[in-house]
Design a protein around this ligand. Structure first.
Ligand SMILES: Nc1ncnc2c1ncn2[C@@H]1O[C@H](COP(=O)(O)OP(=O)(O)O)[C@@H](O)[C@H]1O
Ligand SMILES: [Mg+2]
Length: 394
């Protein structure tokens, strides 16, 4: 099975299993300590920063400690019925005694929920007018019922929680139920857009949860990334060599981009060989070509002023708020702060070492490749707002 060992060891899509992760040990410990103390938390980090990966690791440990754990993926939900389906699907991954309890409750409620089979999706198809709101409320009460019946405490994670804002009334329904679960459940919320997360959690009149400790996810430590990449090259009979430094400089701790570039670099390094600068450049070219359609979609989802400031961040070296920068990218100086704020609110831009930087090094590279001269179609005058998230998934 010599060939089987020659599998690229760098995965760059979907959540990773705990043993494949780079670091995040302090984060995992801290979040677990919160959960063990019965404290809910919210985790904010840009897309592809490893939020789901980290949540899964925390949930796995909590499960070993006897909690009922469910991870609800709310990405791109558009209706209450869909939220019900996502939660039901999350419960469907339970095993053992807890699963039997949930199964029995779903049956006894008789409102169209089921583990396995078509579940609520089938119910919706049979009867599109079903009262999904009351089913949602019932489903949200499940942790309390589980606690009363079986004495089991739940850890419920809502991933990409900001997407419930697209469903009118959904955050209010969730809030109305989960506030009362102080003994029965702990909640974890993860989201990619700091602006929307603020909207959900920092409104003093109607926070999603009164107390949810805020944590934000930073880039990975470069030495940890370097060790991991070097070790995985070694384990697969390669040497990352001098290509490691430019790779770390380019990816600057962005979790998914680090894994992606390591993947392409590995691909350009034959078994038994040492990677060099040429291999790095080839890897970067290939990565750029493969991600060009996504870059274009990200670009299209920005407003004209956001595009101008993204371009400024990628290319100009003059002071960000100054006249020269404004002139170079064609923005009014008075509009700069707002455009930057909205890029930050969507995590397209992060503050790193006290300066604003584009979150995604691939997007920065793509912008540099296009230069400062706008191409036709860049600045669509009809387009005043963002299009629906063009950048979904990883
Ligand atoms: N701790 C980590 N170590 C190594 N790679 C990671 C880590 N966290 C995330 N990644 C990379 O990022 C990708 C996306 O991770 P994911 O957890 O889905 O991010 P998010 O939920 O924030 O969008 C993974 O496939 C992996 O390549
Ligand atoms: Mg995720």
């Amino acid at each position: 099975m010599a060939a089987a060992r020659d599998i690229n060891p760098f995965r760059f899509s979907g959540p990773l299993s705990a043993e494949d992760m780079i670091d995040r040990d302090p984060e995992a410990d801290e979040l677990l300590a919160l959960v063990e103390g019965g404290h809910s938390f919210r985790l904010v980090g840009p897309r592809r920063y490893g939020k789901t990966t980290l949540l899964r690791r925390v949930l796995e440990t909590a499960e070993r400690e006897g909690m009922a754990t469910v991870l609800v993926d709310l990405q791109d939900v558009l209706s209450i019925g869909e939220i019900v389906v996502r939660i039901e699907r999350a419960y469907d991954r339970l095993k053992g005694a807890v699963r039997r309890h949930v199964d029995a409750m779903f049956r006894s409620w008789n409102i169209g929920l089921a583990l396995g089979g078509g579940g609520f999706t089938a119910t919706l198809q049979r009867n599109p007018n079903v009262d999904a709101e009351s089913v949602l409320l019932r489903l949200l009460e499940l942790p309390a019922a589980l606690f009363d019946r079986a004495g089991v405490v739940s850890l419920i994670a809502f991933d990409e929680i900001q997407d419930v804002l697209a469903v009118p009334g959904a955050d209010g329904k969730i809030r109305s139920v989960i506030q009362h679960h102080t003994d029965a459940a702990t909640y974890a919320f993860a989201g990619s857009a700091p602006g929307f997360m603020e909207q959900l959690f920092a409104d003093p009149k109607r926070p999603l949860l009164d107390q949810a400790v805020a944590k934000s996810l930073a880039p990975l430590p470069l030495d940890e990334v370097g060790d991991y990449v070097a070790r995985r090259f070694e384990q697969t009979h390669r040497d990352v060599g001098v290509a490691l430094t430019p790779m770390l400089e380019f990816t600057r701790g962005h979790p998914q981009r680090s894994m992606m570039l390591a993947h392409y670099l590995w691909q350009h390094t034959p078994r038994g060989a040492t990677a060099d600068e040429g291999a790095w450049v080839a890897a970067l070219d290939l990565a750029a070509a493969d991600s060009a359609p996504l870059m274009r979609a990200i670009w299209r989802a920005l407003t004209p002023n956001e595009r101008r400031m993204a371009r400024a961040l990628a290319i100009t070296t003059t002071p960000l708020y100054g006249d020269e920068t404004a002139a170079a990218v064609g923005i009014k100086r008075a509009s700069i702060a707002r455009a930057l704020e909205s890029l930050v609110n969507n995590a397209d831009v992060i503050r790193a070492a006290d300066r604003l930087t584009l979150t995604d090094p691939m997007f920065e590279l793509w912008l540099r490749g296009r230069g400062l001269v706008p191409e036709s179609g860049d600045d669509d005058p009809d387009e005043n707002g963002r299009e629906v998230a063009a950048d979904s998934g990883s």
